[in-house]
Design a protein around this ligand. Structure first.
Ligand code: ADP
Ligand code: AMP
Length: 214
């Protein structure tokens, strides 16, 4: 199965991706995670990506498309299937993805749109904490038991530098202008499946299973 997961920043894509990859045994490929790893590793790509990410802007298409092309051309993608998270974010990226899939003899089965209103998003994002080790995501606003260690693996939790209110506003504006039109690109292909993301994590996942087929 080859899937995309879309939705506003903070809609719960990464959270649902953890469940989807376990259940459907697909690779979780997140461009945001790839850029954050490049930053942590101090690579040239990381240095370039950081300057855009810190402002809540998109990393240029020319850079991002290259990163995704390289990853989707690896043998494990064809063997296992994938869930792409955070890409495409522009129409140019969507068109490039169509080409990349064609070149690698791959086909998209479905595009999930996790829909959450803007007013819910800010609270989710400023409360987000991520595990440095296993990358699992938590929320200190909604779950008061979360402190500074990951309940799953014991790793240190951190707040993403782009999860402050000012950057979140920029990221939401970028989403409306540049990413929302991509949904229409997939609606026209009849593969867009919208789920209500403003429900419990378990209920969102159960709706995802319903639209994908168990
Ligand atoms: P995205 O990957 O779309 O940016 P995340 O999965 O990181 O979003 O979720 C953003 C924040 O919202 C995290 O703190 C996460 O724990 C929380 N969250 C995710 N899904 C839900 C949900 N269904 N209800 C409440 N909070 C959620
Ligand atoms: P995310 O983890 O998906 O919220 O992405 C964090 C940040 O990484 C975004 O705000 C962008 O700066 C950058 N980024 C991730 N994916 C892309 C993409 N497909 N195109 C451009 N920038 C991206």
């Amino acid at each position: 199965m080859n899937l995309l997961i879309m939705g506003r920043p903070g809609a719960g894509k990464g959270t649902q991706a953890e469940y989807i990859k376990e259940y459907y045994k697909v690779l979780h490929i997140s461009t945001g995670d790839m850029f954050r790893k490049a930053i942590a590793d101090g690579t040239k790509l990381g240095l370039e990506a950081k300057s855009y990410m810190d402002k809540g802007a998109l990393v240029p298409d020319s850079v991002t498309i290259g990163v995704v092309r390289e990853r989707l051309s690896c043998a494990d993608v064809k063997e296992q299937g994938f869930l792409l998270d955070g890409f495409p974010r522009t129409l140019e990226q969507a068109e490039a993805l169509t080409e990349i899939l064609k070149d690698n003899n791959l086909k998209l089965d479905a595009v999930l749109d996790v829909n959450v209103d803007v007013d819910v998003i800010t609270k989710r994002m400023v409360g987000r904490r991520v595990c440095k080790e296993c990358k699992k995501t938590y929320n200190i606003v909604f779950d008061k038991s979360i402190k500074d260690k990951c309940p799953s693996c014991g790793g240190d939790l951190y707040q993403r530098t782009d999860d402050n209110e000012e950057t979140v506003v920029n990221r939401l504006n970028v989403y409306e202008k540049q990413t929302a039109p991509v949904l229409n690109y997939y609606a026209k292909q009849n593969i867009l499946k919208t789920v209500n993301g403003d429900q419990s994590v378990d209920k969102v996942f159960s709706d995802i299973k319903s639209v994908l087929g168990e």
